[in-house]
Ligand binder design. Structure first.
Ligand SMILES: Cc1cc2nc3c(=O)[nH]c(=O)nc-3n(C[C@H](O)[C@H](O)[C@H](O)COP(=O)(O)OP(=O)(O)OC[C@H]3O[C@@H](n4cnc5c(N)ncnc54)[C@H](O)[C@@H]3O)c2cc1C
Ligand code: SF4
Length: 547
């Protein structure tokens, strides 16, 4: 592997250097395959997992196209540094939620369009810990992965260079450094560092996928806090700018506004033959020698279940009733504290400082696994939701809103455990294409609830130690993963450790669906690393052409 990131991924140098943010020539001259071409690989979804796969295999000379249901964003014209004007970034097609603890879906879960959910993700990019890959062996909960941390380590390093990631030396998990030095912190980060220091809790600056300085033609962050609205500056990494330009330059195709409705399988051979999709109101079919699904933890299982046939009457790859199961979400309470001095939490990227002090199982506690704590910086609309959730309305809500500049906010990510009953099935309701929508059932177990309480206590302690005179907490969820997990065999999962499905030899899944556990780290970096590894293995296995 080349040590110069530009030799491996030239995306940052393919973005214009003239004040605009999109290389229109690259998009206009992009290679376009015909539906009747039998291409080497068609990828469903152009987000964290799909884009990395596309870029790697385009570079390897594969004839590869990625279809995405959403638009091919142009940051100049499509994105706004305005909280209210950013809702079009989210996947807001209908989904049904149920269970004892139903998870609200919408703005905080998944995106739609080229770049996927990372277009509006916050930008934290921590690695998983080695223990995350063997929670069942080590702690008796969760599941063991069919691969180890060591298998992913080189891909973590490669993706951290390509995004690139900025942060302090990381002392937790497998201790490691980052390619860019940490950013200066704003008021929110200072409060977190001050409170943590007083309590003897280690907290560090980073890791964020925002270069500290220029990177290629990408400009420096301007610290105005709109990361969750799609960074119009092009400072925050998402695949739209970190992997797609290089994929196009190497002959990959991105086909936007193309909703895949079904994966086709030859009943005789049992092999995938391509995908049915709708584009411009027309039903079409892209032939391919291999198919990879990377549509996010809800849409990937939904697509498999919607692709039933006489060979797979209960859904594609669902012979052992594994599709849609073990879907996970992190408990993500946010605790805000008020300070007499102004904090102005919006004047910095929302991702600043984090702590993995409580990440691992503490045998002295009644629960297993742990949580991380990070700065979050809700903008005014989200802040109003935070305050209204406490029951404040009318005059009281107004008072809290005018006091906004005095508040600091921390968020926890609690490692909720994978459970077979937390799953996607198909609902009777259909979408505008006539396809059954996903029904997502979610219930917490005792361990999950205990983690939530513990994380809230620690966040309140940190804010009080920093000098807060009032603290308020809102309960939320974040980061769905799982639903088509990898496992050692087909009775326990949908794909093997290379992301190849057990049931269909030329069908791969390369998104967050394949994660068997989630740690208390944000998942995007791990999803990209898993996809990069799958791409590397595909290339190596192909030896002169995909099979
Ligand atoms: C508000 C928010 C903040 C977040 N913050 C962080 C963070 O700080 N750090 C972090 O690591 N993670 C964060 N995440 C999560 C992270 O963005 C996701 O975990 C990650 O992007 C998931 O990758 P994926 O490849 O599974 O799916 P995605 O990146 O969501 O990509 C899936 C793509 O598939 C497309 N698609 C779906 N179905 C179809 C279909 N049938 N046909 C065609 N296309 C289809 C979608 O349009 C989408 O573009 C955040 C997410 C949100 C919503
Ligand atoms: S704070 Fe920096 S990374 Fe975030 S949106 Fe603004 S310029 Fe982009």
């Amino acid at each position: 592997m080349s040590t110069d990131v530009r030799d491996r991924n030239g995306s940052a140098w393919l973005i214009p250097n003239d004040g605009t943010r999109t290389n229109h020539r690259l998009r206009r001259d992009m290679r376009r395959f015909d539906d009747t071409d039998e291409i080497d690989l068609v990828i469903v979804g152009c987000g964290a997992g799909g884009s990395v796969l596309l870029q790697r295999l385009a570079r390897a000379g594969w004839r590869v196209a990625a279809l995405d249901a959403g638009p091919f964003w142009d940051p100049d014209t499509d994105w706004f540094s305005d909280e209210a004007a950013s809702h079009h970034l989210y996947w807001t097609e209908p989904r049904v939620i149920t269970g004892t603890d139903p998870v609200p879906l919408g703005s905080n879960n998944s995106g739609r369009g080229v770049g996927g959910s990372m277009v509006h993700y916050a930008g934290y990019t921590p690695r998983f810990h080695p223990s995350d890959f063997a929670t069942f062996s080590q702690d008796g909960v969760g599941a063991d992965w069919p691969l180890s941390y060591g298998d992913l380590r080189p891909y973590y390093t490669a993706i951290e260079e390509e995004l690139p990631v900025a942060g302090e030396h990381w002392p937790w998990g497998d201790p490691h450094g980052y390619p860019h030095r940490p950013h200066p912190v704003g008021g929110n980060g200072e409060v977190f560092l001050r409170g943590a220091r007083k309590l003897g809790i280690t907290a560090k600056v980073g890791p964020v996928a925002i270069p500290n300085g220029r990177f290629g033609n990408r400009p420096h962050c301007i610290y105005r806090g709109f990361c969750l609205q799609g960074c119009k500056v092009n400072a925050k990494a998402s695949p739209l700018i970190s992997h797609i330009p290089d994929a196009l330059a190497h002959g990959g195709e991105v086909r936007a506004d193309a909703m895949v409705t079904r994966v086709a399988v030859d009943e005789r051979t049992g092999r995938a033959t391509g995908v049915h999709y709708v584009r411009g109101g027309r039903e079409r079919f892209q032939r391919a020698r291999m198919v990879a699904v990377a549509g996010y933890s809800i849409e990937t299982p939904r697509l498999l279940l919607n692709s039933s046939s006489s060979r797979f009457p209960d859904g594609l790859c669902n012979d052992f009733d594994q599709v849609g199961r073990y879907l996970m979400v992190q408990g993500a309470p946010q605790t805000a504290g008020r300070f007499d001095d102004e904090v102005r939490m919006y004047k910095a990227p929302p991702p600043e400082v984090s702590s993995e002090h409580f990440y691992e199982t503490d045998r002295a506690q009644p629960y297993r696994r742990g949580f991380s704590i990070q700065n979050v910086s809700p903008l005014p609309i989200t802040w109003a939701e935070h305050v209204a959730a406490q029951g404040h309305w009318g005059r009281a809500l107004r008072d809290y809103m005018t006091d906004y500049v005095h508040w600091c906010c921390l968020g926890a990510l609690c490692e909720f455990l994978p459970q077979a009953g937390n799953r996607i099935t198909l609902d009777e309701e259909t979408d505008r294409h006539g396809l059954p929508v996903a029904r997502f059932s979610y219930s917490q177990c005792d361990n999950d609830t205990q983690l939530l309480h513990a994380a809230q206590r620690v966040m309140e302690d940190i804010l009080h130690a920093a000098g807060a005179d009032e603290v308020i907490t809102i309960q939320r969820f974040a980061h769905l993963v799982g639903g088509a997990r990898m496992a050692a065999d087909e009775r326990h999962g949908v794909v093997d450790g290379t992301c190849r499905s057990f049931a269909v030899p030329n069908l791969y899944i390369t998104d967050g669906s394949v994660l068997p556990t989630q740690g208390s780290a944000n998942p995007a970096l791990t999803i990209m690393a898993v996809a990069a590894r799958a791409a590397g293995l595909l290339q190596a296995g192909a030896r002169g052409g995909p099979s």
